[in-house]
Design a protein around this ligand. Sequence first.
Ligand SMILES: [Zn+2]
Length: 313
Amino acid sequence: MPEGDTVRRSAGRLHQALAGRELTRAELRWPNLGAVQLAGRTVTEVLAYGKHILTRLAPATTDAPDGDVALTLHSHLRMDGSWRVAATGPSSWPHPNRPGVRAALANAEWTAVGMTLGMLDLVATAEESTLVGHLGPDILADDFADPASPWGITEAVRRLTTDPATAIGAALLDQRNLAGIGTFYMSEALFSKGISPWTPIGDVSDPVAVVDRARRMLATNVVRATPSTTGDLRNGQRQYVHARSGQPCRRCGIPVRVAMIEVHRRSPGQTAGIERTAFYCPRCQVGPTPTDDGRAQAPLGTSGGRGGSYRKG
Ligand SMILES: [Zn+2]
């Protein structure tokens, strides 16, 4: 699943291709948005917030209904969505029957196509907070690491530690605490700090250091297409534990394990959480592992082991 680094890179590419240019053609292949007319509007900017992409559009120059309002097209890549950018040409516009196309935005130079997006919304820019206002500070924001920033690491750690009994892995995945970390960077940052994902966050001596490690890992990967937390870009060598269940830990050699971690929802009336995967080394990472049944796990992609049923996500 794309995490904050991938999303920020996608937003940067869209910004370069679209910002400051008028859309010559636009189509949203999404329920209730199919009739929306965006051609003629100029894209003012494209930015990332956590795992969300906001494409801002200036008011229309025509006198279309609601044309005097600046709009924001909000997209989320969810499991396997992407935005692809190509030079505008005879074959750059996606065929009406092409599967997976959710949005297409073209100007004279570039055409951006959103594939298998997990969310697509169009709101007045003044109402963006209805889409992203629930999120905590963006871990990749320029001033995030500044402890004096009112919307940075200090606020993120305050939110993370509000309930000291919450497992640190679940707290890091909850976008309401801080935005941008998914299962990949959660597992990798906690391995790097030697902390079990199920450790109650109240028992973690230095949560600031954990968040800072995750931020550095994400920031390093914003600028490269192949994420790596080990510094090694070779296939199969790019991460310490994520998606490596059943394979030897790079530090101590015992098999890496995977178990589910429950991220709680705080919305009223919702008690069930969302189960996410947490990969870890039982020797290098100190702390509880309550949801691990202890059975042998084969490497991902091989048959016969429970670990094989987990996909990267
Ligand atoms: Zn280990």
